[in-house]
Design a protein around this ligand. Structure first.
Ligand SMILES: *Cc1c(COP(=O)(O)O)cnc(C)c1O
Length: 395
């Protein structure tokens, strides 16, 4: 039925309805304004706050050496990249960063993207199309889901971390390319994908394995080379490795590492690299220094590991409902969106900033506090968090 133009819904009225539903379901998302850098101690709405929110796992985001590297690069290379690297040329800092990322992750080559979101869209739309199959862990990051949709491939989600469920689906998968994609460390749960078993299953069924290591890079493995290196998996076993520069490396951007052929193909075909401006050269130069520090300063990973042990032991004593995670991401499951908002607000009143994570970021009924520990915290701050949780979270 053709409606007359006069019958069209008013845009504002329509959006207000949706916003009202969001608010009444306790799903309203609020952006607070930080008045100090992203580090363990920050300032929000004029109040000093302890920050247990950010993905700055190594405490590098506000490191003076990164700041200095960025300032030098701004002077040398200017502000913008000018265009996509294919149009205007690759600036030297981008080239150096790609080489350093390839060397770090033990892959022949790497290609930069402006963000992890774009990297995942670029990979999935390049490698897959109609008639192909994409198998994803149910808890994969939203960018992998969106990339899968955009690719046109048939997409199935297997049960979180369950290789047997994946295998059943691999057996039924038809001809055509088949890609298995997982987060190396799951962003809202903090647990790790069983990469060795996944790689074996993928190999048995001639499927390709892609690992999104946004939360493993810098944190896990020898010299922080990530969860794939930690599992000792080769480029044949994990042909597609994605990592981000905005989390443990404290900057912004992302990359895909793999074979010469993979990187050539992405350079030719990945629309999210071709049709977007390259990251600013100062961002690349800063990431290069962050990468070196992440490799060399193993004490940061040591510090983080000690915080994780200390926090988990304390939380167990308090009987807090922590999820099983041995990474920097320590989610405390509260269930309802209302409960998690109330806990987050109560922590904020005590000067602690912890994100309330609600659907659709996590499944219905699994709202949680996503506590993040970093190398930038000290022991006393972690104790302060435990003390506050003891008051705020019903045992
Ligand atoms: C953060 C994140 C991304 C997106 O990376 P950005 O660089 O922030 O766009 C992709 N995958 C996972 C698992 C992430 O946590």
């Amino acid at each position: 039925m053709v409606k007359s133009q006069a019958e069209r819904v008013n845009l504002d009225a329509l959006l207000r309805q949706r916003l009202e539903r969001q608010r009444s379901a306790a799903l309203w998302r609020r952006r607070v304004v930080l008045e100090a850098p992203q580090r363990a101690e920050t300032v929000i709405d004029g109040r000093p706050m302890l920050n247990f929110c950010s993905n700055d796992y190594l405490g590098l985001a506000a490191d003076p050496r990164l700041v200095a590297a960025g300032q030098r690069a701004l002077e040398e290379w200017g502000s913008g990249a000018g265009a996509s690297a294919l149009v205007c040329g690759q600036l030297r800092p981008h080239q150096q960063l790609e080489e350093a990322l390839a060397a770090w992750t033990g892959r022949p080559r790497a290609l930069l993207f402006s963000s992890g979101y774009l990297a995942n869209l670029g990979v999935l739309t390049t490698l897959l199309g109609r008639g192909d199959q994409l198998l994803q862990d149910r808890l994969n990051h939203a960018s992998l889901l969106d990339g899968g949709r955009l690719s046109g491939a048939r997409m199935q989600r297997f049960r979180h971390g369950e290789v047997a469920d994946l295998e059943r689906r691999l057996q039924r998968a038809s001809t055509g390319a088949c890609l298995v994609a997982v987060d190396g460390v799951f962003s809202m749960d903090g647990d790790r994908a069983p990469l060795v078993e996944l790689a074996a299953a993928a190999r048995r069924h001639r499927a390709w394995l892609m690992v999104d290591d946004a939360h493993g890079l810098g944190v896990l493995g020898p010299e922080g080379a990530g969860s794939v290196a930690d599992s000792g998996l080769s480029v044949e076993e994990v042909p597609v490795l994605m990592g981000t520069l905005g989390k443990a490396l404290g900057g912004a951007g992302a990359f895909v590492a793999g074979s010469e052929t993979l990187i050539d193909a992405l350079t030719q075909f990945a629309r999210t690299a071709i049709y977007t401006t390259a990251m600013p050269p100062a961002t690349a130069a800063t990431a290069l220094v962050a990468l070196a520090l992440a490799r060399e300063e193993g004490w940061r990973r040591q510090q983080l590991a000690e915080h994780i042990d200390f926090f988990r032991a304390g939380a167990a004593q308090l009987g807090l409902p922590l999820l099983p995670s041995d990474t920097a991401i320590q989610p405390l499951m509260l269930g309802s969106s209302e409960a998690v908002l109330a806990a987050s607000a109560a922590l904020a009143r005590r000067g602690l900033w912890v994100a309330a994570i609600r659907p659709p970021t996590v499944p219905e009924g699994t709202a949680r506090l996503r506590i993040v520990l970093t190398a930038g915290h000290d022991r006393a701050q972690v104790q302060q968090l435990l003390d506050a949780l003891a008051e705020v979270v019903p045992a």
